[in-house]
Design a protein around this ligand. Structure first.
Ligand code: ADP
Ligand code: NI
Length: 219
């Protein structure tokens, strides 16, 4: 099968699969990551076929809800093989899927190839800025988290196990545990530039949040 046709097939599979999700992993998240990955690739290069497949499939099985860290590649491999994708590409894309996620402030990044770095950056950029903020609150509500609680402090040195089980924390804490850390964890120069205003937006938002929390009346 021709590459363009394969991308189309994967796109419609994922669109069906992610249709009604409300945890921040809906089809439109995948769509934005796909679009952003192509944008970053224009500047950074990399094999576009691998990048597009990686972006479309990167959340195929969410590791947070799965004890098996290879659940994603196990689901993606038969799909890619059925579409006639060559073994080398299948292996590369599966490697990206299993390593793309942020797994806690202290957990090392398993992404090694340029294509993986581009997909990971695109995914991480979508957790920043106005959209990242909206996704965090959507996720927080779904996980029954409080918006904020001054008695619960952010935990920066979480192990992977703790990060997964962090449901007692608050959504505002997630800003400190992940969202504000992203800008220094991006792989490519292009993504770092795109991240700047998104980071600033999050900082300004927190500033405003705490002013209101502390009932600072402005003139
Ligand atoms: P990604 O798709 O970027 O790998 P995740 O699967 O970690 O992201 O999470 C999906 C979305 O939910 C992201 O925007 C992320 O910031 C947000 N999120 C993840 N964990 C939490 C949490 N504990 N509290 C609030 N938001 C969260
Ligand atoms: Ni994602």
């Amino acid at each position: 099968m021709q590459k363009g046709k394969i991308i189309k097939e994967v796109q419609s599979y994922i669109k069906k699969e992610f249709g009604g999700d409300s945890t921040g992993h809906d089809w439109w998240h995948i769509f934005r990551v796909w679009k952003m990955a192509k944008e970053i690739a224009k500047k950074e290069g990399g094999d576009l076929f691998v990048i597009e497949l990686g972006a479309l499939l990167h959340d195929i099985a969410d590791w947070k809800f799965n004890d098996d860290e290879k659940a994603g590649s196990k689901k993606a491999k038969p799909l890619l093989e059925k579409l006639g994708v060559d073994q080398e590409t299948v292996k590369h894309v599966c490697g990206i899927i299993d390593n793309v996620s942020f797994k806690g402030a202290n957990v090392e990044n398993g992404i090694k190839t340029l294509e993986g770095k581009v997909v990971q950056d695109a995914d991480r950029l979508d957790a920043m800025g106005a959209i990242g903020l909206a996704r965090a609150f959507a996720y927080g509500a779904k996980a029954n988290r409080e918006l904020y609680n001054p008695k619960i402090k952010p935990m920066l040195n979480r192990s992977l196990k703790n990060y997964k089980k962090a449901y007692f924390s608050t959504t505002i804490n997630h800003f400190y545990e992940k969202l504000l850390l992203i800008k220094d964890r991006l792989n490519t120069k292009t993504a770092k530039k795109i991240a700047q205003p998104r980071h600033k937006f999050l900082e300004n938002y927190l500033d405003e949040f705490f002013k209101e929390w502390n009932v600072e009346i402005r003139k």
